[in-house]
Design a protein around this ligand. Structure first.
Ligand code: IPD
Ligand code: CA
Ligand code: CA
Ligand code: CA
Length: 270
């Protein structure tokens, strides 16, 4: 256990340094002329900078911790080492491509199926959120999240309903409308990872999403939990899942001991 704590501390440093290493290139690329490609459709973009940032991050990780393998959004899997890194080089590509200054780099370390370290770096605000098995921090300061006790005092961050939810029929619009009425505010920011970081900080009381990938949530899930919040993930059929590597989990995260059962029910499809 002592060993594992030490390893997680070291991996947190590696994750943070790798995420920060692409700060200058992302700041320089932001709002400069840009080539944007669509992946699966007009709501799913990628730029040359997503790919370049991922290459730089992966090189950094493999150099700093050679016993590694990587699962990255733009590059797929690489390496065969013991530590698995989940890398999202730009979370919030649509914001980045449109000139909206709300996106981040997310890097998480998984050891034997458990999240042990994570870093979420906002290169525009130059703000770093990190966690290991001993705590969570924003820059140097420990994070301790507290959530609002009732919905009418709570701010929710979520990109729900996304295209895939809307494709399932009008139920998503109806449930979204109900949340918008009940909560103080429901905001769609465009970066799931930053939404988790903000929930960990207690700036938002809750965030949730549907059909996410491991690289979207790895770092944020650990940061929320280590800040004293709760992170709950569910499979597509609404069953609890415990591994960060689960395919396309639906999740809800609460700041501190906040609990809004209507959000959990929505996420579970109940
Ligand atoms: C996206 C962001 C967004 C979420 C999308 C993700 P990307 O990640 O996290 O908040 O709503 O589902 O795909 O593609 O910008 O890395
Ligand atoms: Ca993407
Ligand atoms: Ca993402
Ligand atoms: Ca991305």
């Amino acid at each position: 256990r002592d060993d594992l704590v030490g390893v997680s501390r070291r991996l947190r440093g590696v994750a943070a340094a790798a995420a920060r290493s692409v700060g200058p290139m992302l700041r320089e690329a932001f709002r400069a002329p840009l080539e944007v490609s669509v992946k699966t459709g007009p709501q799913d973009l990628v730029t040359e900078h997503d790919r370049a940032a991922e290459r730089t991050i992966v090189r950094h990780l493999l150099r700093a911790h050679p016993d590694s393998r990587v699962l990255g959004e733009e590059g797929g899997t690489q390496g065969a080492g013991r530590v698995l890194w989940l890398v999202d080089p730009i979370d919030g590509t649509t914001n980045f491509a449109h000139g909206l200054p709300h996106f981040c780099v997310s890097v998480a370390a998984v050891l034997d199926d458990d999240l042990v370290a994570g870093a979420i770096y906002d290169p525009i605000a130059e703000q770093m959120f990190t966690a290991d098995l001993t705590g969570a921090w924003r820059d140097g300061a420990p994070l301790r999240s507290r959530g609002a006790p009732t919905a009418d005092q709570a701010v929710i961050l979520s990109d729900y309903p996304a295209g895939r939810d809307l494709a399932r029929g009008p139920v998503a619009e109806v449930t979204f409308g109900a949340l918008a009425r009940e909560f103080r505010s429901v905001r769609r920011g465009g970066s799931g990872a930053l939404a988790l970081a903000y929930t960990a900080a207690g700036w938002a009381d809750c965030t949730f999403a549907t059909s996410t990938n491991p690289w979207d949530i790895g770092a944020g899930a650990l940061i929320v939990q280590q800040a004293g919040g709760r992170y709950l993930a569910f499979s597509a059929d609404g069953e609890p899942v415990t591994t960060a590597l689960h395919e396309a989990p639906n999740y809800v995260a609460f700041a501190g001991d906040a609990d809004y059962p209507q959000v959990t029910a929505l996420v579970r499809g109940r």
